[in-house]
Design a protein around this ligand. Structure first.
Ligand SMILES: C[S@@+](CC[C@H](N)C(=O)[O-])C[C@H]1O[C@@H](n2cnc3c(N)ncnc32)[C@H](O)[C@@H]1O
Length: 205
């Protein structure tokens, strides 16, 4: 994350709208949670966790037998997340996705929630993240608004994030496929955006 966008996100961390979900967002997130199907005991990676509002939801899904590894580049967002009293199955880190140490084939799910446009360069970052997925693991991109809305907000935002865009579904599908994923499903709706992709399991001998 360039210094200017770091400043932008550190400033955004003071905006309490990023600390909790509105009633409408809660409904959207509940639908995402049903779709994700995260099971007790599973391991989840959450890049760009912000203030940890989704991290708390993910931790309820994994339970104490599971693990949620959440990180964010912004010192201020991580400070807010640390104050939430997240349960013991969560580990929080301040790190950029481009440098966060990722164990190979570790996670059952990677959840990029309201963050994928910022993970630049998207193709290289996706490949990096995919290597940390178990074979058969799920890569999720989710937004609590449509692609059109996300991109309009970023294009109208501070100069440092104007080029942070969610690709059109066709381009995104190509990017995910090139990163070694399949089972791709993309849904761009009025109130949400969702993409799912799966790291294929190696063919059995
Ligand atoms: C729009 S906020 C969303 C936060 C959180 N996912 C949520 O919805 O509550 C985007 C987050 O991505 C983080 N971020 C941006 N670029 C990043 C990068 N390269 N590595 C890690 N985090 C990054 C920002 O610091 C910010 O907290």
């Amino acid at each position: 994350m360039a210094a200017t966008s770091a400043n932008c996100f550190n400033a955004l961390a003071a905006d309490t709208r990023w600390h909790a979900f509105t009633r409408e967002e809660k409904r959207t997130v509940a639908a995402f949670v049903r779709r994700w199907g995260i099971q007790r005991g599973q391991r989840v990676l959450e890049p760009g966790c912000g203030a940890g509002r989704l991290t708390a939801v993910l931790a309820r899904q994994t339970g104490r037998a599971g693990r949620v590894v959440a990180f964010d580049a912004s010192r201020e967002f991580i400070r807010v997340a640390e104050q939430r009293g997240l349960p013991a199955q969560v580990s929080l880190h301040r790190a950029r996705v481009q440098a966060f140490p990722l164990p190979p084939a570790e996670f059952d799910h990677i959840v990029c929630f309201n963050v994928f446009p910022h993970l630049l360069p998207q193709a290289a970052v996706t490949r990096r993240l995919v290597a940390a997925l178990k074979p058969g693991g799920f890569f999720w991109i989710a937004h609590t608004c449509s692609r059109k809305f996300v991109n309009a907000v970023h294009r109208g935002g501070p100069p440092s994030i104007r080029a942070h865009l969610l690709p059109a579904p066709g381009s995104l599908a190509r990017l995910l496929r090139a990163a070694g994923l399949d089972g791709i499903e993309i849904e761009d709706a009025a109130g949400h955006f969702s993409a799912r992709a799966i790291r294929p399991a190696p063919p059995s001998a």
